[in-house]
Design a protein around this ligand. Structure first.
Ligand SMILES: Cc1ncc(COP(=O)(O)O)c(C=O)c1O
Length: 396
């Protein structure tokens, strides 16, 4: 349990030890090395072996997607999605500017244009009410990001995509095991990208997955995933050799990566539960600072089930955010901020286009701090982080 306010305010901060709490500590279940050893013994360490199949099957069952392809990163999954959608110069893709770099660069790499739309003030997700005003005859796809594992307004976004015959690609990098309106995130759009980067809920260091929910895209996805070849047909004995068929690339991770990932997938629910427990500790302990007007906590719409991926706070202005971050850093706490709005970046200005005003994007990205959150974070460390924030506001 976190301590009540009165005790925290009387804490003697000058005498306490300065234990550093990093922003992230990649979690290991203990099975990773064992499975990597098994992959080595099976003498199949390139891609698409037994561990890859296990991971892909697990994703298909867990998310309810028709076909999952492991990739070397979430970025790889987004780039594979962009290839599969045949994005080309002249095409436009509607997305938030409050997003990761490669959410946009995957589009720009195909010569298409990311069209940046503002975010909602509650969830910091793409504002679905602004999508229609950003549509042009060049619009080919919508790419919403489920920020912090909180669902975008997928019913409305799916309806707009259907009405205008657009492809819908979910950036579900943060969203494994989250739900929106009862639907697993990553299983809603035609395509979805997951990330298993070391900061994500389950990880293999660097890895990702493309989820193909649209039956009609599966066959070609298989070819693009396997370097643009018909290797799958060859392996199934349908061809006597495999050759270059389409524009693909080397997207699949090695079996060593898949073996590591499988150890994490087996424990995905327990990992998520621990993260959710920490998320709730922060949320309960920071409630009174919110009611005193010092900060804002995340807003989770009633129909969203979250996965405890990110705990963030919004400070009242950019100067307070910077001062809070500086204080946390000085106290040995690895808090961070993100995302720098893409439309304000050098490449974002060059390759993207803005639709309307991006007021919320600019404001909230300047006010946000992410707090440490990982299964190995001890309750006492959460307590210390909260006390430090409390001390910043109430005693400095
Ligand atoms: C929203 C979002 N999309 C895509 C990515 C890319 O994933 P990866 O780092 O696995 O390439 C990230 C990475 O952090 C992300 O946060």
């Amino acid at each position: 349990m976190l301590r009540p306010t009165s005790l925290v305010e009387k804490e003697d901060f000058s005498s306490r030890d300065r234990l550093a709490i990093p922003f992230n500590r990649p979690f290991q279940t203990g099975l990773e090395k064992i499975y990597i050893e098994q992959a080595l013994q099976q003498a199949h360490i390139s891609s698409n072996g037994e561990f890859t199949a296990r991971c892909q099957n697990w994703l298909e069952e867990t998310v309810g997607t028709k076909k999952a392809f492991l990739t070397h990163s979430g970025t790889g999954a987004l780039e594979l999605a962009a290839l599969l959608c045949d994005l080309a110069p002249g095409d436009e893709v509607i997305m938030p500017s409050f997003a990761f770099v490669t959410t946009a660069s995957s589009i720009a790499l195909r010569g298409a244009t990311p069209v940046f739309v503002d975010i909602r003030s509650d969830t910091l997700n793409l504002d679905e009410s602004l999508i229609e005003s950003a549509l042009t005859k060049r619009t080919k796809a919508i790419l919403p990001v489920h920020y912090a594992g909180v669902s975008c307004a997928m019913r409305t976004i799916s309806r707009i995509a259907d009405q205008h015959s657009l492809l819908l690609i979910e950036d579900a990098a943060h969203a494994l095991l989250s739900k929106g309106a009862g639907n697993a995130l990553g299983g809603i759009g035609h395509l979805a990208a997951l990330s298993f980067h070391e900061t994500k809920n389950i990880t293999a260091g660097e890895a990702g997955a493309l989820l193909v929910n649209s039956e009609g895209l599966i066959e070609r996805a298989q070819v693009l995933w396997e370097k643009g070849t018909d290797r799958q047909a060859f392996m199934l004995g349908h061809k006597d050799k495999y050759t270059w068929q389409d524009l693909g690339s080397s997207f699949a991770p090695s079996e060593l990566t898949a073996a590591f990932l499988w150890a994490q997938m087996e424990h995905a629910q327990a990992i998520t539960d621990r993260r959710l427990c920490i998320w709730r500790m922060y949320n309960d302990a920071l409630a009174d600072l919110e009611s005193m007007g010092f900060l804002r906590r995340p807003v989770i719409p009633g129909d969203c089930e979250i996965n405890g991926h990110i705990y963030y706070i919004l400070l009242n202005d950019a100067a307070t955010r910077d001062a809070t971050l500086q204080y946390l850093t000085k106290e040995g706490i690895g808090a961070v901020f993100h995302f720098v709005p893409l439309h304000q970046s050098k490449a974002g200005r060059k390759y993207g286009r803005v639709s309307g005003q991006l007021t919320n994007t600019e404001e909230y990205s300047a006010r946000l701090i992410r707090l440490p959150l990982y299964p190995d974070l001890k309750d006492s460390e959460v307590e210390r982080i909260v006390m430090t924030i409390r001390h910043f506001f109430l005693a400095t």
